[in-house]
Design a binder for this molecule. Structure first.
Ligand SMILES: Cc1cc2nc3c(=O)[nH]c(=O)nc-3n(C[C@H](O)[C@H](O)[C@H](O)COP(=O)(O)OP(=O)(O)OC[C@H]3O[C@@H](n4cnc5c(N)ncnc54)[C@H](O)[C@@H]3O)c2cc1C
Length: 133
């Protein structure tokens, strides 16, 4: 799971997808991140071949490119994963969703929309839920 930053390249290698721990900790999705890793690794490998540089220092740019693009989303999902450790809170949200169609649809959209998902982190989100039926 992509719950912490790891070193994903070194002398003569770059790790991609699951091997680089790029699985979303909340949704369990890893296909798109694996594809992005593959594309980025190919671009960096192309440069490495041109410059005949395969050392860790040169390949470090791969880590930087990957984390620049994916880290914010992985970090948010890790926060969401930790929220699931409070069953009472999770049950409260799901029970509300069961009763309210609009809220149910909002939660569904949160799986695709990272900005919307960020609302889960805000106490105001739960506060509003308390008073909405
Ligand atoms: C049950 C399940 C459901 C999932 N559902 C989703 C989903 O709905 N959406 C989503 O985005 N993600 C999902 N994932 C996660 C997703 O499948 C992975 O994150 C993604 O496939 C990772 O791609 P990858 O290329 O890193 O690894 P993989 O797809 O695992 O590819 C690695 C390949 O390397 C091969 N291999 C291994 N060892 C060797 C070797 N020594 N020599 C040669 N080849 C080797 C393997 O056979 C495999 O084909 C799911 C995962 C599981 C297990």
């Amino acid at each position: 799971m992509g719950s912490k930053k790891r070193k994903i390249s070194g002398d003569g290698f770059m790790l991609t997808g699951d091997a680089a721990s790029m699985i979303d900790p909340f949704t369990g999705e890893g296909i798109s991140n694996a594809m992005y890793c593959g594309m980025t690794a190919a671009l960096v490998a192309g440069e490495a071949l041109k410059q005949n540089r395969f050392d860790a220092d040169f390949l470090q740019q791969y880590d930087e490119k990957i984390y620049k693009r994916l880290w914010d989303e992985l970090k948010l999902s890790h926060t969401m994963q930790k929220l699931c450790k409070f069953p009472w809170l999770f049950n409260f949200v799901i029970n509300k969703a069961e009763k309210n169609r609009t809220f149910r649809e909002t939660i569904s959209c949160m799986f695709d929309d990272v900005d919307l998902r960020a609302k889960f982190k805000k106490p105001s989100f739960y506060f509003k839920l308390l008073f909405n039926h």
